[in-house]
Design a protein around this ligand. Structure first.
Ligand code: COA
Ligand code: ZN
Length: 312
């Protein structure tokens, strides 16, 4: 299906640069500049923006200004503003900021969960179950991002049925959506197709998102495989920024402007204006102090034409 005309099928593109991207930057990004970036992203046509994370400032110092960012951004009512939350303390902080969604996080891999969150998976599950119970009467959506679903850089392959068991636990607890994350770019298209197909069959009522990193150059190929299986929600990061400081070898996410450009060309309705995205992305290297891996920023839109080269 992905290689046929998409006929304007609606897709939900979710920007994660302010969280997945900035969490991994060595240099602290100024709070005013973070807010200005989120405000510009708010008008670009995204379905959702992951603004920051309410994690321990010792674990993720780059996002130690989470409250201030969340309080001072301008909210577009058409955008869902979400934040990453690892524990009860994080959920309390998020609720004080009146987020639209809490994006709970734990890993499908025991080793990565211990490295990233300093908890066993059982401890994480218990904490997150407490969070879901404590906010169930509030007007906040609950998503769960499961890291290392497609492979762990320390354990290798993860049994998909362990992943589905976790997804099932969260569905029963009342989560609205689950994100299957390829934290270090270990996913490959046939594996993505298999896992996405099974996940949709087992959990038809859950909003499933796929979250790819382009560490091994397979993020767009994996996106096509997921589209083929009916997945409609994708995380991506402006410029291809991103990475988890506690996952060895992690690098940037699927690049939003590259992804949107491809999907728009194929006839999907992403709701995103590519040129606007490119304009915002062109300011990122100046903000973070280094170049970014995205392609479109270097090559320009496919519609960009060049003058005929002169022979010397
Ligand atoms: N927000 C702010 N502070 C928090 C917090 C939160 N969500 N959770 C814990 N803390 C504080 C505690 O108050 C305590 O502070 P103190 O030293 O001043 O007393 C300190 O952090 C340690 O608390 P503890 O419960 O022992 O946590 P920990 O050190 O075992 O860390 C996590 C556990 C989950 C909080 C931490 O590992 C974390 O934030 N990880 C996030 C990793 C991440 O975001 N990775 C990338 C995304 S996948
Ligand atoms: Zn990620």
């Amino acid at each position: 299906m992905s290689l046929q005309v998409a006929n304007g099928k609606k897709l939900y593109i979710q920007e994660v640069a302010p969280r997945d991207g900035f969490q991994n930057e060595m240099q602290f990004i100024d709070t005013d500049q973070k807010i200005a970036l989120v405000d510009r992203l708010s008008d670009a046509g995204y379905a959702k923006i992951e603004v920051t994370s309410f994690t321990s400032p010792k674990a993720i110092p780059a996002l130690r200004d989470a409250e201030e960012v969340m309080h001072r951004i301008r909210r577009n009512p058409d955008v869902v503003y979400t934040v990453l939350v690892p524990n009860v303390r994080g959920a309390e902080r998020a609720m004080e900021c009146k987020v639209d969604e809490i994006n709970l996080v734990m890993s499908a891999s025991e080793t990565h969960n211990r490295a990233n969150l300093r908890m066993t998976r059982a401890q994480s599950l218990a904490q997150l179950a407490d969070v879901i119970a404590s906010v169930s009467s509030e007007r906040v959506a609950i998503n769960v991002s499961l890291s290392t679903v497609f492979g762990c850089p320390m354990e290798g392959d993860i049994d998909p049925y362990q992943v589905f068991e976790l997804v099932g636990r969260f569905a029963t607890l009342g989560a609205h959506g689950v994100t299957l994350c390829d934290t270090t770019g270990m996913a490959y298209p046939s594996q993505v197709a298999r896992i996405a197909r099974e996940a949709r069959k087992l959990f038809p009522k859950l909003a499933l998102t796929l979250h790819f990193h382009d560490t091994r150059g397979m993020a767009l190929a994996n996106t096509l495989a997921a589209l083929d299986e009916g997945i409609e929600r994708f995380d991506a990061s402006l410029g291809g920024l991103g990475g988890c400081p506690y996952a060895p070898g992690a690098s940037g996410n699927a690049c939003t402007e590259d992804l949107v450009h491809m999907l728009n060309l194929m006839g999907y309705d992403t709701g995103i204006r590519e040129q606007e995205l490119l304009d915002i992305a062109s300011g990122l290297p100046g903000l973070i102090g280094h170049e970014l891996p995205g392609h479109l920023n270097k090559a320009g839109l496919r519609s960009r034409l060049h003058s005929v080269p002169t022979r010397c």
